[in-house]
Write a protein that binds this ligand. Structure first.
Ligand code: SF4
Length: 314
């Protein structure tokens, strides 16, 4: 009984302090100035793996070019990939294009507002659904991104070192209970901003943190960060000759090289030397594998032409 009571007290204190912090520190971001579900979906897809600062100009540029689901649907996959330049993780561009086609075909051009229907759209996972429901439809849902996950874990369960003590399902279940009724929109933004500005992965500002008195991670987290113990996400390594450059960087370079190439096409060898300065024959199986994956994912076409292999953007 006492435990339940103190947990409720902590939740109330957490909500109050966090919303107070948010009213003083909220970020002024362009996608927070619109209620248009299309624009909010575009921003959420762009933000999935790209930093806010890089997204802002691309978001505005993309919307000038494709202002609606219908406009995006009318474009070819190649045009959308070209417009995605600079954002990386190009798979998102193709998924967004496919989702737009679906919205136009199945939902008359209006983004649906139920979890099940949103989940049926290409590239829209559980996190994006939560974000759309909270930000476009003002529902009391959670958008459990890496920032929110980290903040909730630290405050309620402690440091993420040596291992996360709770899985995503458990964190999501608690996150839902934390939402002050009717405040899902502000609440998710508050947690995101707090994770991005105050309780960051590598340099949490614990000493000035309004939550430190109720935070289970404080002060151990400072030691964990100082000694590099806090874990970072798994990154798929690149070729054996350059294991420190992850494959996602080379994937991005392939698409970028084809974007600017004449007719968006290059021979295998030219492409190889453009994306990897020290390319040798030993790298060939790795590159062939990388390109086959990109082809399966719908980014490139690979064709045999006499002695050459030609790689083109879709
Ligand atoms: S005290 Fe530190 S770890 Fe805890 S919420 Fe604040 S910034 Fe995050």
């Amino acid at each position: 009984m006492k435990t339940h009571h103190s947990r409720q007290k902590k939740i109330r204190s957490f909500c109050r302090k966090l919303l107070q912090w948010y009213s003083d520190h909220k970020r002024d971001l362009p996608w927070r100035k619109t209620g248009d579900p299309y624009r909010i979906l575009v921003s959420e897809v762009m933000l999935q793996q790209t930093q806010v600062d890089r997204v802002i100009p691309k978001y505005q540029e993309f919307l000038r070019r494709f202002p609606s689901f219908t406009a995006l649907t009318a474009a070819s996959p190649r045009e959308v990939i070209l417009a995605w330049a600079g954002l990386g993780y190009n798979r998102r561009a193709l998924n967004l294009h496919a989702a737009a086609q679906d919205v136009v075909k199945r939902f008359g051009g209006k983004l649906p507002s139920t979890r099940e229907e949103l989940l049926s759209l290409k590239g829209v996972g559980s996190y994006t659904v939560g974000a759309i429901l909270a930000f476009a439809f003002h529902k009391d849902e959670t958008a459990l991104d890496t920032n929110i996950r980290r903040v909730i874990h630290r405050v309620f369960f402690g440091s993420e070192f040596p291992a996360w003590k709770k899985n995503d399902k458990e964190l999501e279940s608690l996150a839902k209970k934390l939402i002050p009724p009717g405040r899902g929109y502000d609440w998710n933004h508050a947690l995101m901003d707090f994770g991005a500005l105050q309780c960051t992965a590598r340099r949490p500002l614990c000493e000035t943190c309004p939550l430190k008195k109720i935070c289970n991670a404080y002060p151990k987290i400072l030691e964990d960060v100082k000694h590099g113990r806090v874990k970072t996400a798994y990154v798929e390594p690149g070729p054996a000759s350059s294991p420190n450059i992850p494959n996602r960087i080379f994937r991005g370079r392939v698409v970028e090289a084809l974007r600017v190439a004449p007719r968006h096409t290059l021979s295998f060898d030219t492409l190889a030397h453009q994306i990897k300065e020290d390319y040798t024959e030993d790298d060939e199986p790795w590159l062939a594998n990388l390109l086959t994956t990109l082809e399966k994912e719908g980014f490139v076409c690979i064709k045999k032409a006499k002695e050459d292999i030609l790689v083109s953007l879709v």
